[in-house]
Design a protein around this ligand. Sequence first.
Ligand code: HEC
Length: 230
Amino acid sequence: MCVDFVRTGAGKGAVAAVLAAFALAGAGCEERSALKRPAHGAGGGGETEVILCDGSTPGAVAAAATGQVLADSLMDQWKRAHPERDWVEVEKEQHELKPPADNSALLKGGQGPEHPYGRVTKQELLLWARETEKFVVEGSRIFHSAELLGSTVAVSCDMCHPHAANTHPETYPKYQTQLGRAVLLRDMIEWCIENPVRGAHLSGDDPRMRALEAYIIAQRSGTVMVYGKH
Ligand code: HEC
């Protein structure tokens, strides 16, 4: 079992509190919780030591930080520790959600009404597009809302992943060092919910988890799938 601790620089640098046991199935003890636990006794001033999102690099944030300030501070430190990672994968994307695939070709030619599987109507295409978009928009809403994520530190996903940047759904399943095993996209979403976001645990079949997954995958539309890629 791994122990996650937080030290406060406001004191004498001593371990202030062992705040939580962080056990990950199959993970070694180097796999520690990534981020800040509430700093008991830090009194609003001083700094809280944290383990960054790679699960190993130590860092420090202002004990009172929450929300964007906290997210920015964590990301800055993570970027400095990983200069080789191009986190800011030039954000050319618009804030608008990507539209679902255009299926209008199904109404023509071999896939048209004469085709054995081709009895597709315009209404059906509209229904497919509308329902799919609704699913994705719901995910976007949750992704952008610290409240809906149940964050205790006012952090939402977009603070570090604007427009779902650097979520790489097309690389799953893959081995994740933080978890010490090969995982699905939802396992990494859950990891970020529990760690940087400090939100409520979501099971794999929770409607919010399904919507988050839908949104993240939708934003990478057109990307080639290469599972296992780092
Ligand atoms: C404080 C910044 C921060 C916040 C907030 C955050 N993440 Fe992350 N996330 C990271 C970092 C850093 C990594 C990369 C960890 C690594 O690769 O070592 C990461 C990795 C991921 C990955 C895996 C990316 C890959 O390349 O495989 C996914 C998926 C993800 N985050 C989703 C989310 C979701 C969903 C939320 C909101 C619930 C969220 N993150 C909130 C910083 C953050």
